[in-house]
Ligand binder design. Structure first.
Ligand SMILES: [Cu+2]
Length: 166
């Protein structure tokens, strides 16, 4: 099994480099910034359940901003240029929406999205204020959300829609 495992990893790595080397398969780079209005503003948020389309109704005190809102299917690099917060840890998780009409599974008691049940495709986890990080994933066509799942942050507005096209 060990040998088989190594072979699989090597093949995957080769496939990825072949993809990124070809001009027609160039990875899309998405710059992402994570922002908030400061720790003092956080208490004013409703624990309104966030859903695509509901954004306009919310007065977000924190959020996720992406430089582009879609990418062609294939290799996508999310570069979290910074956590712009002065005082709060944020993160960015790529969530695939199997059914975009349904809200993400949520654990109300923890004020967090249930990452195990949702379509977690990878993350740049817990960035200190001012820190940056990146994530490269292979994405199939569909609707996604880029979210921060630090307790309370998703409900406070830390998500943005992202689409992967054919
Ligand atoms: Cu956050």
């Amino acid at each position: 099994m060990k040998t088989l495992f190594r072979t699989t990893i090597a093949a995957t790595t080769f496939a990825l480099s072949a993809l990124t080397a070809g001009a027609s398969f160039a990875a899309t780079v998405v710059d992402v910034s994570l922002w908030d209005k400061g720790a003092g503003a956080m208490m004013g948020t409703d624990m309104m359940f966030a859903m695509p389309g509901a954004k306009a109704m919310m007065s977000a005190t924190m959020g996720v901003k992406a430089s582009v809102t879609s990418a062609p299917a294939g290799v996508v690099t999310f570069h979290v240029t910074t956590n712009d917060s002065k005082d709060t840890v944020h993160e960015m998780i790529v969530m695939y929406l199997a059914d975009p009409t349904q809200p993400l599974p949520y654990i109300a008691a923890d004020s967090r999205v249930d990452e195990d049940k949702a379509g977690d495709k990878g993350e740049v986890s817990e960035l200190d204020p001012g820190a940056s990080g990146s994530l490269t994933v292979v994405l199939k066509p569909g609707k996604y959300l880029l979210i921060c799942n630090v307790a309370g942050h998703f409900a406070a507005g830390m998500w943005t829609e992202f689409e992967v096209t054919q």
